[in-house]
Design a protein around this ligand. Structure first.
Ligand SMILES: [Zn+2]
Length: 151
């Protein structure tokens, strides 16, 4: 299923961004889905809900989908038109030399985080920096400490 692959891809990206920014929990992700992409939003939402049960960072994370209209550009008359209404033939000049400008994509538009989840991070940030220093000083000889060790 196509949607499942997209959900995995997006979840991975959101999770790594959250870790990078020391965010413990993501409240909502807003996705842009192109009108002529083969993604079915309701399938995508089902896959997302399942995926969120597997991740601490994404637990109960909402998914909002925004549809992006499909637009085609005509190389001959240099006009753009709605892909869904007119397909591959330019409605202005009848040319077939057209290509899709937008409408086939899926992209993360926005990642929403609660303020309280950010504040908690001050500690997490200090902790992970401390762990990094230990690892460098000991040149990797010492096993990386458990997260629970730091105070
Ligand atoms: Zn044209």
């Amino acid at each position: 299923m196509h949607e499942l692959g997209i959900v995995f891809h997006i979840a991975k990206k959101v999770e790594s961004l959250a870790v990078e920014n020391h965010v413990n929990h993501v409240a909502k992700v807003v996705l842009e889905i192109g009108e002529v992409s083969t993604v079915i939003p309701s399938y995508l939402e089902d896959c997302w809900k399942w995926k969120c049960t597997k991740s601490e960072i994404l637990k109960d994370c909402q998914l909002e989908v925004e549809m992006i209209p499909a637009v085609t550009f005509c190389e001959d008359c240099e006009k753009t038109y709605g892909t869904v209404e007119h397909g591959k033939i330019c409605p202005y000049c009848g040319s077939e030399h057209t290509y899709l400008v937008q409408g086939n994509e899926h992209a993360i538009r926005e990642i929403v985080v609660y303020d309280e989840d950010c504040e908690e991070n001050a500690d997490a940030e200090a902790e992970s920096e401390a762990l990094e220093e230990i690892a460098h000083e000991d040149n990797g000889a010492m096993p990386i400490a458990d997260e629970t060790v730091a105070e």
